[in-house]
Design a binder for this molecule. Structure first.
Ligand code: BDR
Ligand code: CA
Length: 313
């Protein structure tokens, strides 16, 4: 199997951080061409810094990290310090990164990489608001047919919303960007809350990370300890969802997930439903399918994969 070339577009975020670790721990399946940071969970200066902290934690300081858009296309930035803490990576204290931030804008890196690599060979993996991806598609429409797939974390149908009653955070923060991506014609695989809310941490799952006895293993355990408080209180659940690693896990083990190829549209105007992913799960319209929208996950298999891979770092 040749490794799939990916660009991770991200706003770390503890769950983004675990996703990055999973990708960097899986070189047989995944080649990370670069990591592009976007404003989301916290502002851009923190997300680009956090991305570099995570690369160093993984022992991969040669990974290229680029800073992208600092604000959504048409709205002020909404952040999520209430979930992730004021640094975005709250929990254990981590040293500032020494690896450099790359020169150049993340959007230029995305465009140039898609033009330079063979058509159909690069997968984009957005784990935050879709600003960088939408700006790239708008500025360089020629890249759309060159993208193999966009595999993203965002949206919800049965679970509806986490930042508003109707909307999931990544889509809500930049609904205009999401609208561009969902109308782009690029094949989409979507990991909504419907999946990630089934990928909950539990005490034994967290302790399995800690028991690895490595710095990345301990860090994953402590990060999840940190943001678990918020979700437990909010949902009354046993643990917290590890949203973003579902994207990377799908690249490695698509058999862990099930969904439907359906039409998904983004609400960009609703007073109460801004950022809603209107998913035609029951196929009641004749709108053409544009996304593989996931609903089920083998959570035990997912955590086994995560623990085994984090253990390789
Ligand atoms: C998404 O929002 C962020 O807080 C997480 O990192 C994840 O990407 C979940 O709604
Ligand atoms: Ca994220």
């Amino acid at each position: 199997m040749t490794a799939r070339k990916i660009i991770i577009d991200t706003d770390p975020g503890q769950d983004d951080a675990v996703a990055i670790l999973l990708a960097l721990a899986s070189p047989d399946e995944i080649e990370v061409l670069g990591i592009t940071a976007v404003a989301g969970n916290v502002p851009l200066p923190l997300t680009q810094k956090n991305a570099r902290i995570v690369c160093e934690l993984a022992g991969k300081p040669q990974t290229r990290v680029f800073a992208g858009c600092a604000a959504p296309i048409a709205r002020p930035l909404v952040t999520a310090e209430h979930v992730h803490g004021k640094t975005g990576l709250d929990g254990p204290q981590l040293p500032d990164p020494t690896m450099p931030l790359q020169d150049g804008h993340a959007v230029d890196f995305i465009i140039e990489t898609l033009r330079a690599e063979p058509a159909g060979s690069v997968t984009l993996c957005p784990l935050g608001p879709l600003t960088n991806i939408a700006v790239a598609l708008t500025r360089a429409p020629d890249i759309a047919p060159r993208i193999r797939e966009i595999v993203l974390m965002g949206g919800a149908y049965f679970e509806v919303g986490n930042i508003t009653p109707a909307a999931e955070f990544n889509i809500y923060v930049d609904p205009e960007a999401a609208d561009i991506v969902f109308r782009s014609g690029v094949p989409l695989v979507v990991m909504p809350l419907d999946v990630t809310h089934k990928a909950l941490t539990t005490r034994p799952r967290i302790e399995a990370f800690r028991a690895l006895g490595t710095a990345p293993g301990r860090m994953v355990a402590e990060w999840t300890d940190f943001f678990e408080r918020f979700d437990k209180e909010k949902y009354g659940s046993d643990g917290a969802p590890l949203h973003d690693p579902c994207v990377i896990a799908w690249l490695i083990r698509p058999d862990l997930f099930q969904g439907r190829h359906i039409n998904v549209m983004i609400e960009t105007k609703g007073d109460f439903t801004l950022g809603m992913t209107v998913a035609d799960w029951w196929r009641v319209t004749d709108r053409a399918p544009n996304a593989m929208f996931m609903r089920e996950i083998d959570a035990d298999g997912f955590y086994r994969l995560l623990t085994e891979r984090i253990g390789r770092l």
